[in-house]
Design a protein around this ligand. Structure first.
Ligand code: PLP
Length: 380
């Protein structure tokens, strides 16, 4: 019954996610951070990331990539703390926990910050973005989250990018949970800084983040950082001028796994093919869940293929922890909810996961809720 994997269960989570054996085996390599083999690997990753993010080959030289230590949030903090000048002002578009996190980071760093705060189930209000930018010329930067992993909502990064460009401000895009899994580019989003991390849709293991940046915009930020260890410009300059060296100890094993993950992304057919698989995963999973009577939190028109939020069944027999434990025992780890106003759980559809896994999952969920005595026949 339990899927035939070499790990204890399938991670249906937004990262760390299930990786392939080849990605994990790449970590058997041990590198010195000073060695040319390792530094060349870093350089090749940097240029592959630029190629993944840039649509038009003639724009490759106008972009650059930098790898940053820590989890994805450290990469976000590195950008927010390093690219906004002292006299700058940040507008954060917030409709979920990751948008709220950007505001928290920015305010803690003492940056002049305004927020367009919206409900977690509402997509970014483009009219209000337009109004706030038109009404406040002091705003120099706009930050938003592409796929809001809190709910699974896919925010309109391209439309916001167009507004930001028209108003001549700089655009910071947290594409953490979407880059590599949803087609996008620096050109289509107009992002000056696109942020993601090793353990999301590229399907590596956790340990570093990365930023693809408009080269000229990043090059102008020297000396602006509010933190030494998270100084984005300095980290970039070190890599750029020292052939791929990081400033401090780098996660060599994770970098090696990431290179293998990039090979696999290419072998799968690139982002378009991976996106199609994620769409098939999510579609199969949601069809199965709806057939059982579960309801999704947000509308299909704003739903990403990355992660899906489901309401708890409205019945006393349903206990999330029991449900979770029973699925885990059958080889599937799901994710608790994160929205503030409703009781939800989440199921991710990214990683080394395939539509057949989702079909099997539905069968298990059906058996588990029956065992729990949960009846979903009531659904309105
Ligand atoms: C995962 C994620 C992050 C970073 O989270 P970490 O736990 O620091 O890796 C940031 N933004 C979004 C949208 C994410 O999904």
């Amino acid at each position: 019954m339990v899927n035939e994997r070499d790990t204890q269960y399938l991670l249906l989570t937004p990262g760390p996610l299930s990786t392939t054996r080849a990605v994990r085996e790449a970590m058997m390599q041990e590198y010195s951070t000073w060695d040319v083999d390792y530094n060349s690997l870093v350089q090749s990753i940097r240029s592959r990331l630029v190629r993944l993010a840039v649509r038009d080959d003639t724009n490759l030289d106008a972009h650059t990539a930098v790898l940053t230590p820590g989890s994805g949030t450290f990469a976000v903090e590195s950008v927010i703390g390093s690219v906004i000048p002292r006299a700058g002002k940040l507008l954060v578009l917030n409709n979920g926990a990751y948008g709220a996190r950007i505001t928290t980071i920015s305010r803690m760093l003492g940056i002049d910050t305004v927020e367009l705060g919206q409900a977690e189930i509402e997509s970014t209000d483009l009219g209000q973005v337009e109004q706030m930018l038109a009404g406040d010329p002091a705003i120099t930067h706009v930050a938003m989250v592409h796929c809001e992993t809190t709910t699974g909502m896919l925010n309109p990064a391209e439309a916001v990018g167009e507004i930001v460009r028209r108003h001549g401000r700089a655009f910071i895009l947290d594409a953490m949970s979407s880059f590599g899994g949803i087609p996008m580019s620096m050109e289509s989003t107009g992002a000056h800084y696109l942020i993601s991390s090793a353990n999301k849709c590229i399907q590596g293991v956790p340990g570093f983040g990365f930023v693809v940046a408009d080269r000229a915009t990043l090059e102008a930020t020297g000396g602006w950082a509010r933190s030494h260890s998270l100084d984005l410009f300095d980290q970039w300059r070190e890599m750029e001028t020292k052939g791929g060296k990081w400033r401090f100890t780098s996660p060599t094993h994770v970098v090696s796994a990431f290179a293998a993950a990039l090979d696999e992304l290419e072998a799968e057919g690139g982002v378009t093919t991976r996106h199609a698989r994620y769409v098939a995963n999510q579609g199969t999973m949601v069809d199965g869940m709806r057939a059982l009577g579960f309801r999704t939190l947000i509308g299909d028109e704003v739903q990403s293929p990355i992660i899906t939020s489901f309401y708890y069944p409205d019945t006393a027999e349903f206990e999330f922890q029991k449900f979770y434990d029973a699925l885990k025992a059958r080889g599937y780890v799901i994710y608790p909810g994160k929205v503030s106003h409703a009781q939800c759980f989440r199921i991710g559809s990214i990683g080394d996961v395939h539509p057949e896994d989702m079909t099997e999952l539905s069968g298990h969920i059906s058996e588990v809720i029956e065992t729990m005595g949960v009846s979903l026949a009531f659904v309105s």
